[in-house]
Design a protein around this ligand. Structure first.
Ligand code: HEC
Ligand code: HEC
Length: 264
């Protein structure tokens, strides 16, 4: 029998991949086993968390394994303490993948990457989540990050006092480099590490605040894109005449303003 990839996944299920090497999957697995067997469907349960406690935990965890690990681990750790399963089986170390903009690449800020993951975990409900609440909350977190002087979190005992910047971006490279320029500190300095630890605290705290609001049906987006960027998108993004640019983020950080736009 020829199985499509989809059919194979559906019939085999993850349980099979751990079965006897070389064994025939079909003889080892029941057809009812699905890839998500054992894990409850989304959204996973959420209870109100203390944003300050989570922020303090994220700050500490950052020094252990970086931003993405810290923001996800601090929130999931609290949920595991309060709720137990399924959070107790979450492999915390997995999230080190997102550190320093995904494996050190300087792409998406790891704190934001983790915030998005956790948001989809507790506020996402289906494969259509691109249009759903989790996406809306995630975009609001990203815009807040780009538009707010950060880091806003200050630990009980800071190792250094921090310079705040408005990054205008969700990218690790731009955010960190702008901060280095403003603080005159090197990328490899202890001050930069402290800054990103405080940033992890800030992102974890803000994420929990929004998820707490969502829990009681009170989440409202508070950080829309600038009027300028919305005008760019009206000509360039989905549903526009040109449809040649995909970006729900500040265009001006990389491009020009409307007044310096090439003559049309
Ligand atoms: C009124 C519609 C309109 C608005 C508003 C607009 N653009 Fe454009 N843009 C155009 C057109 C038309 C072109 C030329 C397209 C072509 O020749 O393919 C263009 C070209 C561009 C290009 C490529 C041209 C180059 O020389 O680099 C970029 C990048 C760009 N726009 C970014 C932006 C940004 C950023 C904004 C907001 C600040 C913006 N646009 C606002 C219509 C618009
Ligand atoms: C993180 C940086 C960054 C952001 C943010 C960004 N862009 Fe770009 N954009 C680029 C780069 C880099 C290119 C490729 C330029 C090239 O090939 O010359 C590009 C290409 C484009 C082009 C095609 C240019 C051409 O010559 O045809 C358009 C149009 C464009 N962007 C519009 C936008 C709009 C509108 C936004 C905001 C909604 C935006 N961009 C946000 C970096 C960015």
């Amino acid at each position: 029998m020829k199985l499509s990839r989809r059919g194979w996944l559906k019939n085999a299920g993850i349980a099979c991949f751990g079965a006897t090497a070389g064994g025939m999957a079909t003889s080892l697995c029941s057809a009812s086993t699905t890839p998500s067997a054992g894990a409850p469907p989304l959204p996973w349960p959420y209870v109100k968390l203390d944003p300050d406690a989570v922020a303090a935990a994220a700050y500490e965890m950052h020094y252990k394994a970086g931003c993405c690990y810290a923001v996800s681990g601090s929130i999931i750790g609290e949920l595991a303490r309060k709720i137990g399963a399924p959070y107790t089986s979450w492999p915390t170390a997995l999230m080190t993948y997102g550190g320093a903009g995904v494996a050190g690449v300087g792409s998406l800020c790891g704190g934001l990457n983790a915030a998005a993951m956790v948001t989809f975990m507790v506020a996402g409900s289906s494969e259509k989540e691109k249009q759903g609440k989790a996406s809306e909350i995630t975009r609001d977190i990203f815009n807040w990050y780009a538009q707010t002087p950060l880091p806003s979190f200050r630990p009980a005992q800071p190792k250094f006092e921090n310079v705040q910047i408005v990054s205008r971006t969700n990218l690790c490279h731009i955010s960190v480099t702008k901060w280095c320029k403003a603080s005159k500190c090197k990328i490899s300095s202890k001050e930069r590490e402290e800054r990103c630890a405080c940033l992890s605290g800030s992102v974890a705290k803000h994420t929990v605040e929004l998820l707490n609001a969502h829990l009681v049906g009170e989440f409202k987006p508070a950080h829309p894109l600038s009027v300028e960027t919305q005008s760019c998108r009206k000509c360039h993004d989905k549903g526009s005449v040109l449809e040649n640019a995909r970006a729900q983020q500040d265009c001006g950080v990389c491009h020009f303003t409307n007044s310096s736009h090439p003559k049309l």
